[in-house]
Ligand binder design. Structure first.
Ligand code: RFL
Ligand code: PHB
Length: 394
């Protein structure tokens, strides 16, 4: 098999890239280790930055999103029983975010890609990257996990294979530096059959720490609470989860969180991670393969799409004008945005969680940060601009 761009992964990074390349006439094939059904049903991110919504529309894949997403003009911050509405639209000259689940984005990307004649090979096994320091790189893989070994020959290999994929490991150890922070807390996330309790997302730091009230549809709500990342989910009965949600989201003005049947629950660890550089020879990393953020800033998917915007422009220039400059600068350009995303995600995480390793002094500082956002326009604007997505050349 041969294509111009061999992409490992059919997550947000890999699929947006295939669409962006198609738009400039460059061929690509995605190799994905999971099944289509699995990719289309895994619950992950929820929030799309303003420009990602616009990009979906430009690519002609925004129709279902425009009909089904919740568009939010603000978020609510809550601490010590009081709520503060952050007017994102007012602070950013009219920008909004969309709450539209990642797996719905992936369904739209996959359906459109296949209808354009694009190729996505699901269920591949034994993916192995070859010859990235030569002019003729390739990806070896097996169809249906155990089929004969096949080779996808290509001009460039893209590691859009998430945090655990082989892409990053293909950069020799001595050629990459990894920066990491592991947080002493995780998130317990639930899906519940309940109506909306509040008109926008609530990010709270109250009682035993963080809680997030998000949504999926008028009848299904997504909620998270901070927990010990080593907790066994079996230790969290539904009653205990509701008790903590009420304690962390409760107010004194009579508002009440509406409970429902919990039909999905799980615990994820929180980490920050960056690999520099994000390229080696003819291999380029994009998305979670190169960087991870804790979900508190809702940045992970959005940073993945930002990477492939930069990469598709660089590859476009390479094929149209034989210009190598964009590819040479790919990592440097992406990392400027990524480190700001890392900073914002770390800031939101630190400010909104209760860290038992920290002193009461530091906890007071986090409340002061929240109060600064409530009272100082410049602080509020900074959070709002980061939340909707920074301008590209910032
Ligand atoms: P993905 O989505 O992990 O996709 C990588 C794909 O590569 C495949 N793969 C392989 N394929 C072939 N051969 C191999 N050897 C392979 N190894 C792996 C995998 O099966 C997979 O399909 O990475 P990508 O594309 O970089 O996208 C990143 C995002 O998925 C991630 O950053 C977000 O989900 C993070 N995130 C959020 N991001 C946001 O922008 N807004 C949010 O509101 C938000 N909330 C979240 C989140 C992540 C969460 N979890 C579960 C970590 C909330 C949560 C709870
Ligand atoms: C979600 O709805 O899953 C979600 C929303 C906002 C975040 C993280 C996750 O910051």
């Amino acid at each position: 098999m041969r294509t111009q761009i061999g992409i490992i992964g059919a997550g947000p990074a890999g699929l947006f890239l295939a669409h962006l390349l198609h738009r400039v006439g460059i061929g690509a094939i995605n190799l994905e280790s999971r099944s289509r059904a699995d990719v289309e049903s895994t619950i992950r991110a929820g929030v799309l930055e303003h420009w990602v919504v616009e990009l979906m529309n430009e690519l002609g894949i925004g129709e279902r999103m425009m009909a089904e997403a919740h568009f939010h003009t603000g978020i609510t911050l809550q601490w010590n029983g009081a709520r503060h509405h952050l007017d994102i639209e007012g602070l950013t000259n009219g920008k909004r975010v969309a709450v539209y689940p990642q797996h719905e984005v992936l369904k739209d990307l996959i359906a459109a890609r296949l209808s354009h004649g694009g190729e996505i090979v699901f269920d591949v096994g034994d993916t192995a990257i070859r010859g990235i320091d030569t002019q003729t790189p390739a990806i070896a893989f097996r169809r249906d996990r155990t089929g004969d070994l096949e080779t996808l020959h290509c001009d460039y290999v893209i590691g859009a294979d998430g945090f655990h994929g082989p892409g990053r490991q293909a950069i020799p150890r001595g050629h990459r530096t990894e920066y990491q922070k592991v947080y002493p807390f995780g998130w317990l996330g639930i899906l519940t059959e309940a109506p909306l309790s509040w008109h926008e997302l609530i990010y709270a730091n109250q009682g035993d720490g963080f809680a997030l009230l998000s949504t999926r549809s008028p009848d299904v709500q997504r909620m998270y609470i901070q927990c010990d990342p080593t907790d066994d989910i079996a230790a969290w009965s539904d009653a205990r989860i509701w008790e903590q949600l009420h304690a962390r989201l409760g107010t004194s003005d009579g508002w009440a969180l509406t409970e429902g049947r919990i039909f999905q629950k799980g615990i994820i660890p929180l980490r920050s991670f960056v690999c520099e550089p994000m390229q080696y020879g003819r291999l380029f990393l994009a998305g979670d393969a190169a960087h991870i953020v804790p979900p508190t800033g809702a940045k992970g998917l959005n940073l993945a799409v930002a990477d492939v915007m930069v990469l598709s422009r660089a590859l476009g220039a390479r094929y149209a004008r034989n210009s190598q400059e964009g590819l040479d600068r790919y990592s440097e350009v992406c990392l400027r945005r990524i480190w700001k995303g890392e900073r914002f995600s770390w800031f939101m995480t630190t400010m909104l969680h209760r860290n038992h390793d920290e002193s009461d002094f530091e906890r007071r500082i986090h409340f002061a940060d929240l109060d600064l956002i409530r009272t100082l326009d410049a602080a509020a604007r900074s959070v709002a601009e980061n939340y909707v997505g920074l301008p590209f050349d910032a």
